[in-house]
Design a protein around this ligand. Structure first.
Ligand SMILES: Cc1ncc(COP(=O)(O)OP(=O)(O)O)c(N)n1
Ligand code: 3NM
Ligand code: MG
Length: 211
């Protein structure tokens, strides 16, 4: 089911990342413009919980289905299972991959890997892609580590020539080209799309680097 082209323009957003009440509109506009994957990451001051979170996830998932774009849930394994999402993204401090593989057979599994130490201690057997970052400073994740720059991507690609890599953290359509040139298969972004006044243009700008 997974192919690395899905990582090209990987949009991540939750309620707190967009102007008030705009998440469905923002996602629809991004899907229309051609994003290749979406991650539902419901964190921060306006994050919904419980039934409200689930209802929102179901609405966003059905939007993604209409565009044939994979819908990935961040962190929340039980929600992903309950709504039969296309996949799950986990970090180093989240549920361990070994505990979820049974329930996510045939689904997309993403893991955050911020450095070689994390890479070395991760069992990547069932992991479809790694999210590598932060590349640059980000204001979208309060506990983000120190940025590693494009060197982080270049070195990770040399360390593992095959694993699908999506870069994350402070990525814009201006710095994307260097990141792809350093060996990433795609970019993931929150603010460059979620806060854009011209989502179609931003997504089109990203997509041009893969032509
Ligand atoms: C594609 C992608 N890469 C990295 C992350 C970060 O995951 P994590 O370290 O678990 O942090 P949170 O996003 O859960 O705050 C990601 N979400 N997506
Ligand atoms: C969710 C996330 N994870 C990161 C990591 O380094 O693992 S950085 C980040 C936030 C990315 O948001 P923006 O595109 O607005 O910088
Ligand atoms: Mg996480």
């Amino acid at each position: 089911m997974f192919n690395k082209e899905m990582l090209r323009v990987y949009f991540i957003a939750g309620t707190s990342d967009v102007p008030d009440g705009q998440l469905e509109n923002v996602l629809k506009s991004a899907l229309e413009a051609g994003i290749t994957m979406y991650q539902f990451r419901e964190k921060g001051p306006h994050a919904l919980t419980g039934d409200d979170k689930e209802a929102l996830a179901i609405r966003l998932f059905s939007l993604c289905k209409a565009y044939n774009v994979p819908f990935i849930v961040n962190d929340d394994v039980s929600l992903a299972k309950k709504i039969d999402a296309d996949g799950i993204h986990l970090g180093q401090d989240d549920e361990k991959i070994e505990n979820i593989i049974e329930d996510f057979k045939g689904k997309i599994i993403g893991l955050s890997v911020g450095n070689f130490e994390e890479y070395d201690q991760s069992d990547l057997t069932h992991v479809d892609y790694i999210g590598v970052g932060p590349v640059y400073e980000t204001s979208s994740k309060s506990d983000a580590k120190k940025p590693g720059g494009i060197e982080l991507i270049r070195k990770m690609r040399l360390y593992d020539e095959d694993i699908p890599i999506v870069a994350i953290g402070g990525i814009t359509s201006t710095n994307c080209e260097m990141i792809i040139g350093s060996g990433a298969d795609g970019i993931s972004t929150i603010s460059s799309i979620a806060r854009s006044k011209n989502i179609p243009q931003v997504v089109t700008d990203y997509l041009q680097y893969y032509k």
